[in-house]
Design a protein around this ligand. Structure first.
Ligand code: PMP
Ligand code: GLN
Length: 386
């Protein structure tokens, strides 16, 4: 049998790198700074709202686009934080995590042979979903040390077959927050070539330096942008899998077409809970960011002391490092052996790259963990250089 495209995409892995590394941490008892999930629950009132919803019988299929209350709360959130107007009835659509929002957007919009410009390294589901749609990815590489976007390279990546641009800001795994100049350049290319932009903004509330600007807020962009977000990141409930898109009605229709055959609807009792979360006061969002900023600083300092070259992230809860100062250059090998060598698990950035040379020596650590867990990981990592 000719191997299907998805299994070829997972070349060398029985499963995604996140599942492999979390399984390794569970099997060895290592500190898991690999897969990005917080090790404590999000806000109490959000949790209580989910329990109350379950107990009050909100356990059957909810409406396909998401509950009206949640869609209104999402629209209020876009207005409160970015001054963006979206119609909760026609321009907001709830999905099973941002993962499904991205999959449904790509499957709903792409024809076989269409091209997608994406900024490498890219989150692993992008390449898989582009492949599932039979489309072709055109990477534009963000290179160390500053992961700057080369605007000429972006222009060269666009061909007559290009259908859309897939953006992620703040960016997993490198923690880049795209500047206004970068967003203007992407917007100019999208408008000139009449492209759709899918903008994955799941880390919108995790910006430590600079500001998050949704590309949909730029002139001429709202009509061509699907903005993706996730309650998993903003409220630290990654296992609930509630995400959403904000987009003009014709693009929402494309997402809906695919989503209704992927999951049909999304987790009923979690929707009223996320509604409560989105209506929390500004202080929640500020404290969430401030706590993670302290953790970023703590893990950056610890990784530097342990001998890594650290690329300090402006956003997200990930730190990308270069392992070459430790005398190593194979990030995949390094991560597969790290649990045994010092009891820590991380993720090799090479899985996010087509350019294996660029990604090869880079390794990602997650800092959405309790302070004592970060300290323990640093103490263990310091043993590496000895
Ligand atoms: N996009 C990016 C950049 C991510 O890091 C993640 C992490 N899970 C997702 C999408 C998926 O989000 P969700 O868990 O809501 O599906
Ligand atoms: N987004 C998280 C990460 O990048 C988890 C992803 C996943 O498990 N699919 O680590």
């Amino acid at each position: 049998m000719r191997r299907p495209v998805l299994s070829r995409k997972l070349e060398g892995f029985g499963t995604t790198i996140f599942a492999e590394m979390s399984a390794l941490a569970a099997a060895t008892g290592a500190v898991n700074l690999g897969q990005g999930f917080p090790d404590s629950d999000g806000p109490r009132e959000v949790l209580d709202a989910a329990v109350a919803a379950m107990r009050s019988g909100q356990n059957q299929y909810p409406p396909g686009p998401g509950t009206a209350d949640l869609r209104h709360a999402i629209a209020e959130h876009q207005q409160r934080f970015y001054g963006i107007e979206v119609d909760p009835d026609t321009e907001v659509f709830v999905t099973t995590g941002a993962t499904e929002a991205i999959a449904a957007s790509l499957l709903g919009l792409l024809d076989p042979g269409d091209e997608v410009v994406a900024f490498e390294p890219y989150y692993d589901s992008y390449a898989a979903c582009i492949a599932m749609a039979g489309a072709v990815r055109r990477p534009v590489t963000l290179r160390t040390p500053d992961f700057a976007l080369d605007h000429d390279e972006l222009r060269r990546a666009v061909t007559p077959r290009t259908k859309l641009v897939l953006l992620n800001t703040p960016h997993n795994p490198i923690g880049k927050v795209f500047s206004r100049e970068d967003l203007d350049a992407i917007a100019a290319v999208a408008i000139e070539h009449d492209l759709i932009v899918i903008s994955d903004e799941v880390y919108e509330h995790l910006v430590f330096d600079g500001v998050h600007t949704p590309i949909a807020s730029l002139p001429g962009m709202a009509e061509r942008t699907i903005t993706v977000s996730s309650a998993g990141k903003t409220f630290s409930f990654t296992g609930w899998k509630v995400g959403w898109v904000c987009a003009p009605p014709d693009l929402v229709a494309a997402v809906r077409t695919a989503k209704q055959f992927l999951t049909y609807v999304s987790g009923a009792p979690f929707q009223p809970a996320v509604t409560v979360g989105l209506r929390l006061p500004d202080s929640y969002f500020e404290e969430f960011t401030n706590d993670l900023r302290i953790k970023r600083d703590r893990l950056c300092a610890g990784l530097e002391e342990a001998g890594f070259l650290v690329f300090r992230p402006a956003g997200t809860y990930f730190i990308t490092t270069d392992i070459r100062p430790l005398g190593e250059d194979d990030g995949l090998e390094f991560c597969r052996s790290l649990a045994d060598r010092c009891g820590v698990v991380a993720v090799p950035n090479v899985v996010f790259y087509d350019d294996k040379v660029e990604g090869g020596p880079l390794v990602r650590f997650a800092f959405c963990k309790r302070h004592e867990v970060i300290d323990e990981a640093v103490a263990r990592l310091k043993g590496l250089a000895r």
